[in-house]
Design a protein around this ligand. Sequence first.
Ligand SMILES: *Cc1c(COP(=O)(O)O)cnc(C)c1O
Length: 428
Amino acid sequence: MAQVSTVGRSEALFERAKDLMPGGVNSPVRAFKAVGGTPLYFSRAKGAYLFDEDGNRYIDFVSSWGAIIHGHADDSVNAAIANAASNGTSFGAPHRGEVLLAEAILARCAAVEMIRFVNSGTEATMSAIRLARAATGRTKIVKFEGNYHGASDGLLAKAGSGVATFALPDSAGVPASTAQETIVVTYNDPAALAEAFAAHPNLIAAVLVEPASGNMGLVPPSSGFLQSTAELCRKNGALLIFDEVMTGFRVAAGGAAELYGITPDLLCYGKVIGGGLPVGAYAGRKDIMTMVAPVGPVYQAGTLSGNPLAMAAGLSAVSRLDAGSYTTLETLGARLQSGLQQALGKAGVVQRVGSMISVFFTDGPVATFEEANRTDRALFGKLFHFLLGRGIYLPPSALESWFLTLSHTEEDIDVTIDAFADGLKAVA
Ligand SMILES: *Cc1c(COP(=O)(O)O)cnc(C)c1O
């Protein structure tokens, strides 16, 4: 059984980092604020394992927040990156790799007729919204409470004082006037969405949704929710945008659109399509995508967009995912889910879509952000540190999904289940 001893080198690096970067990190959740303690510094990763600066090994359930699907330092992805690098890291001009990755994505996702690559999921959703506004001549956007779409101003909005009202900024520095263009409604609640459309007739450009929500823990769409959302969009002349930054190429070859049988107008990608390098994309109907510059009037650009290394890594990752990959991920996911649920008994609920999974310490299933928020964060924090000590790295927050890769083994899963059961007894 792996037992973590000292993490002195991580502590020393974090001490230096705190004076150099806000909170010592370049993305807030990494700082361990939600669970306490000192973040680990990793020096390398291979397959399903992370190795910290002191040489301790961890089974990784963050998987770079879902970006890693074949496992860390995958030989094929690495070979693709090395080959691309040997031919030049950036041209600032078109190249073959963009065409190949675009073709690979179009071949797998029926809703994607055209695609534009960007550098992150944030850029993808931001650009898709600009495009939706241009295509509809409307300005308002609907998002669902607990869904995350990156860190752009208009999407850092939280629910106001009533359903169907304008949103409030969810971050300092976001103008109220920007947040007011966003309407935040309850996830899995078609009546709330209908109410928003009724309250703002002919003003809503698009509804943006995580088709399976992975950013408040894992909350699957309730039966009929996505169908109702699509129907309400169609009836009210708004575009439906699937944010598949997390679900794309993870829950099925054709993403959540395929899994749930919905054809959105636009889709956003990130994470898996970069094979661990920074990539995002927005995509969808050709008649809409041709509104993007230089063909159409919607401006959007990027110095490093379509970067050769990133395209090569993405192509290697995406093109090797087949039906068997999703069967493997499903089998591993089901094993983890049933083991964790058995350990929990009535003390919590394990929710899962394929290789995305999370535990809620609640007395029933979770369908909304309000319900997710009832999870016992203190208990999660204690379990997190117990598992860390046993060489298991969970996302450092109670409201994040865990991600499996094709490198995780049944043994990794069983070790994790045993440690989780021990942890529950130890911290209860
Ligand atoms: C991660 C994520 C984003 C943001 O992507 P970044 O690459 O971090 O900017 C957007 N939407 C969803 C659903 C995500 O999971």
